[in-house]
Design a protein around this ligand. Structure first.
Ligand code: SF4
Length: 196
C-alpha cells in the first residue's frame, strides 16, 4: 500500500472531531496521485457527504464547467477540501475542526507535490498561504483582494504556484462573481500549458 493510500485509510475512519458524529462519508478527495494541479475547497456539502466525492453538487457543476471550458486534462488534477467531513447545515468550519483536520491536507500536499494549487475561496486560500513560506507578500489578505493573483510559495518543502479564485459555490448566489471566477482561471490555464 502506498503512503497516499495509507493516509486515505486513516482519514476514512477518523473520529478526531465532532463532525465524525454527523457525517455520512469522509470525503478524502479524488483524482490523480501525480497531479499538475490541486484544487482545494472548503468542506463537503450535502451531496458530497452522501456520495463521499468532492464537488459533485451544484458547485461541482460550476467547477466542471470551468475545467471543460479550459480543456483541462482531468487525469492531471486532484480535488480536496480543508475539512474532510461535512459541517452541519454547511456552516463555516470551526478553528478547532481545521486544526484537527488539516494535517491530512498537509500530508496530501506533501505526497501529491502538485505544481500548481488553485485555492477555492477564503478558507483554503488563507490556510495554504498561512502555512507556506511566501516569497512576496507581507500580509495575507482575503479572497476579494487576492483572487486571480499568482503567488509562489514553498509549502513545507514543496515549491508550488498558488492561484486563489472564488469558490464555485459562491458564484451560485453571487452572480456578479461569475466573470471573475472564469477569467481568474486563465492564469492557471496558461501555467498548465507551460508545464506541458
Ligand atoms: S473533519 Fe477531519 S478531523 Fe474531523 S472527523 Fe472528519 S476527517 Fe477527522
Amino acid at each position: 500500500m502506498t503512503d497516499f493510500e495509507n493516509l486515505k485509510n486513516v482519514c476514512s475512519s477518523c473520529t478526531k472531531c465532532e463532525l465524525s458524529k454527523t457525517r455520512t462519508n469522509v470525503v478524502f478527495g479524488r483524482g490523480s496521485s501525480n497531479p499538475d494541479l490541486l484544487f482545494i475547497g472548503e468542506a463537503p456539502g450535502k451531496n458530497e457527504d452522501e456520495q463521499g466525492i468532492p464537488f459533485c453538487g451544484r458547485a461541482g457543476d460550476n467547477l466542471n464547467k470551468l475545467l471543460e471550458e479550459n480543456n483541462v486534462d482531468i487525469n492531471k488534477i486532484f480535488i480536496a477540501n480543508i475539512l474532510k467531513c461535512r459541517p452541519p447545515e454547511n456552516r463555516d468550519p470551526k478553528n478547532e475542526e481545521m486544526e484537527l483536520c488539516t494535517p491530512y491536507l498537509i500530508e496530501q500536499i506533501k505526497l501529491l507535490k502538485p505544481k500548481i494549487i488553485c485555492t477555492l475561496g477564503n478558507f483554503s486560500s488563507k490556510f495554504v498561504l498561512a502555512n507556506g513560506n511566501i516569497k512576496e507578500m507581507k500580509k495575507i489578505e482575503g479572497i476579494t483582494q487576492i483572487h486571480g493573483k499568482l503567488i509562489e510559495i514553498n509549502f513545507q518543502g514543496v515549491d508550488v504556484k498558488v492561484v486563489p479564485i472564488y469558490h464555485p459555490a459562491a458564484i451560485i448566489y453571487r452572480r456578479h462573481l461569475k466573470d471573475d471566477f472564469f477569467s481568474d482561471f486563465k492564469i492557471i490555464n496558461n501555467l498548465l500549458k507551460e508545464e506541458n
